[in-house]
Design a protein around this ligand. Structure first.
Ligand SMILES: *[C@@H]1O[C@H](CO)[C@@H](O)[C@H](O)[C@H]1NC(C)=O
Ligand SMILES: *[C@@H]1O[C@H](CO)[C@@H](O)[C@H](O)[C@H]1NC(C)=O
Ligand SMILES: *[C@@H]1O[C@H](CO)[C@@H](O)[C@H](O)[C@H]1NC(C)=O
Ligand SMILES: *[C@@H]1O[C@H](CO)[C@@H](O)[C@H](O)[C@H]1NC(C)=O
Ligand SMILES: *[C@@H]1O[C@H](CO)[C@@H](O)[C@H](O)[C@H]1NC(C)=O
Length: 321
């Protein structure tokens, strides 16, 4: 009897540990109009559908963190009442917001949909973009440094980026501080990868040209591996393995997807990441599906599809809990 209860306790602890290490339970979206939706990634069911009434106070850039124990999401955004950027914690159950750390001033620049860098240990968030209205639009990393409370700009010697392309996009490795950035030059139209270390402030991998061109890429670094994902709305989602040493990109997975029209817009999001797992939200034949993939084991779970009268599109910000 004692032995059995010990085993049960051990199992319960183990499950807790596994859960803490980044298993995805929910996919969520925050629309431009402040509607918050979340789905159970196991069952595919819509579990939260509420108006946050946040539009007058906040403009969100991204969701940067989440906690399944407290059922909270941390957004990065502008507080329109004092025009400063903050980390803003959203409590789903209470449907209310708390400003956490902030910087003096606001970004207000240009962003493509992606999972922003967030490093709670080194206390910053980051986004690759370009400086607007500059003659030479080189790749520039914007850093929300919550320690200095400043928005910093790091411009790399890339030459001018293609401003019609849905890049730059990037993925941050919290273990090493490496920021894997994909961008496209103005001329010729070729995708490049550059790796910049946010802690040493150095380029640690010079630009590598990809042998394929994807106009709407997402990049994910997880479990020591790099993946390119094509999330173009009206086609299947394609996941590619990127081998930086061999400089090759090879298809790994396809997720059925076919938004009939470009619901929402290309600028918006259908992806979330937590630890080494990602979730993709897809649409096919009037039904919605959440597919979670553990990129460490390459195991994946497609939820049963969910049918509803609510029209979801590519929404402004999305993420995983
Ligand atoms: C999702 O559904 C499963 C199966 O019904 C349930 O065990 C789990 O608690 C649900 N998770 C959330 C976050 O609602
Ligand atoms: C989630 O919140 C709980 C309760 O505040 C905390 O103990 C835990 O460390 C948090 N988890 C993460 C991953 O931050
Ligand atoms: C959020 O709502 C809860 C429950 O009503 C309340 O206890 C808490 O103080 C609220 N927090 C904020 C920041 O308004
Ligand atoms: C943030 O600012 C602090 C203080 O100026 C500095 O030490 C730190 O390196 C900065 N962090 C980043 C990621 O640039
Ligand atoms: C932009 O990149 C070019 C290299 O192509 C470099 O010569 C130039 O100095 C860079 N501009 C800035 C502001 O860093």
């Amino acid at each position: 009897m004692r032995l059995i209860s010990t085993i049960v306790i051990l199992l319960a602890c183990l499950c807790n540990i596994i859960n803490c290490s980044g298993q995805i339970d929910q996919f969520f979206m925050m629309t431009k109009f402040g509607m918050f939706f979340s789905f159970n990634t196991t069952t595919g069911q819509l579990i939260t559908n509420q108006n946050t009434k946040s539009g007058d106070k906040y403009f969100f850039y991204a969701a940067v963190d989440s906690n399944s124990t407290t059922n909270t999401v941390t957004f990065l955004g502008t507080d329109k009442t004092d025009r400063n950027d903050y980390l803003i914690e959203y409590n789903i159950e209470h449907n209310n917001f708390t400003n956490l750390q902030g910087i003096e001033g606001q970004y207000g620049g240009f962003e493509w949909s992606q999972i922003f860098a967030y490093d709670p240990v080194h206390n910053f968030a980051a986004l690759p973009s370009i400086v607007m209205n500059e003659q030479e639009a080189n790749l520039t990393i914007f850093v929300w440094n919550f320690t200095s409370q400043e928005l910093e700009e790091i411009t790399l010697p890339t030459g001018s980026l293609n401003q019609n392309d849905m890049t730059p996009v990037a993925s941050y490795d919290i273990e090493t501080g490496n920021y894997y950035i994909v961008y496209c030059l103005a001329n010729p139209k070729i995708l490049y990868l550059v790796v910049y270390n946010m802690l040493s402030r150095k380029i640690v991998q010079d630009p590598i040209a990809f042998d394929i061109y994807i106009p709407t890429p997402q990049i994910v670094f997880a479990a020591g591996k790099l993946f390119l994902i094509n999330t173009y709305p009206m086609q299947n989602y394609e996941i590619y393995n990127v081998d930086v040493t061999a400089k090759t990109v090879t298809p790994a997975y396809t997720i059925a997807n076919s938004w009939t029209t470009n619901q929402g817009s290309d600028f918006d999001m259908v992806i979330g990441q937590k630890g080494t797992s990602i979730v993709l939200f897809s649409h096919s034949k009037l039904a919605y599906t959440c597919t979670t993939i553990d990129l460490e084991t390459m195991s994946f779970h497609a939820s049963p599809s969910y049918q509803t009268d609510i029209k979801f599109g590519y929404e402004w910000v999305s993420g995983a809990i």
